[in-house]
Design a protein around this ligand. Structure first.
Ligand code: ADP
Length: 262
């Protein structure tokens, strides 16, 4: 914060007067840098899977020269890489939609218990081959007013992350309960955990603790940025508690004014 950037402009106004313009461009420069970084990141993220697909297409130019088991491999890899691009593009669309909205339309009642039931079923399917144990505890009738698309993204990004970053046979706890009139959500896992030095930066776009690992799980690095924006539209903030090898807890509180009284 100490360094500020200033732009000077000097103009001859008429024969006697000179106009000196001084403009503080610190904020503008910072935004411009962020915009450039963002475009560089997006390009890189899309180019990596694209290069893999291109490689296989070139290899298939002369199919006769390839043993049939290579076709299968090529097919599998191309499918995986195109899915990755597809998921990155949908996350980008979600993020830009959420960022563009100044405030969300909070008039809709969201049946959070049902929503969490659906998402945890999806998470179970996702975690099936890892034999995850997923427990869901929800207070029935605890609904909120909010934006369904945004809240669905928030819940599912946090829950799917717990599945992605937890080792096989791990345990995941999902809870939705009221406290002092507010509605509280938490998802905890006994997974990889996150080093303290990373926690502050996790909600930045494209920030990942371990790039290679996140890619392998299909991660775009945009999930928590989406969660942060969605929550801020609902007057809420993401809280992250984590320790390496022990696990992580992601939680937030929806304030009482958005809780639907039954
Ligand atoms: P990604 O698409 O890479 O999962 P996110 O923005 O959702 O991106 O998460 C950012 C990073 O935070 C992840 O790459 C991962 O390193 C870390 N992370 C998120 N959730 C968890 C979790 N439950 N346990 C451990 N690490 C996590």
């Amino acid at each position: 914060e100490a360094m500020r950037m200033v732009e000077f402009r000097m103009m001859q106004y008429d024969n006697e007067q000179i106009l000196l313009m001084v403009r503080d461009v610190t904020q503008w420069n910072r935004m411009e840098q962020m915009r450039r970084d963002f475009i560089a990141n997006v390009s890189h993220e899309l180019r990596t899977p694209l290069t893999v697909v291109q490689g296989y297409i070139e290899m298939l130019e002369d199919p006769q020269a390839l043993p049939p088991e290579m076709w299968q491999k090529a097919h599998g890899m191309m499918l995986e890489q195109t899915r990755r691009m597809d998921s990155l593009v949908s996350q980008l669309i979600t993020l830009s939609r959420i960022e563009a909205a100044e405030r969300s339309d909070l008039d809709h009642e969201i049946d959070v218990p049902s929503l969490l039931n659906i998402i945890s079923e999806e998470a179970k399917a996702l975690g099936a081959e890892k034999a995850m144990q997923i427990t869901l505890e929800v207070e029935s009738g605890l609904n909120i007013k909010g934006d369904l698309m945004e809240m669905r993204s928030a819940f599912s990004n946090l829950i799917f992350n717990a599945v992605h970053y937890t080792q096989p046979e791990g345990e995941i706890d999902i809870r939705w309960y009221s406290q002092n009139g507010n509605a509280c959500f938490l998802v905890s896992d006994n997974g990889d955990g996150i080093g303290a030095e990373h926690i502050q930066r996790l909600t930045e776009r494209f920030y990942r603790v371990d790039r290679a690992r996140s890619r392998k799980t299909g991660g775009s690095g945009l999930g928590l940025a989406i969660v942060k924006h969605a929550l801020s539209h609902h007057s809420s903030k993401l809280k992250i508690q984590s320790s390496l090898t022990v696990g992580s807890t992601f939680s937030f509180v929806i304030p009482a004014e958005l809780v639907v009284k039954k």
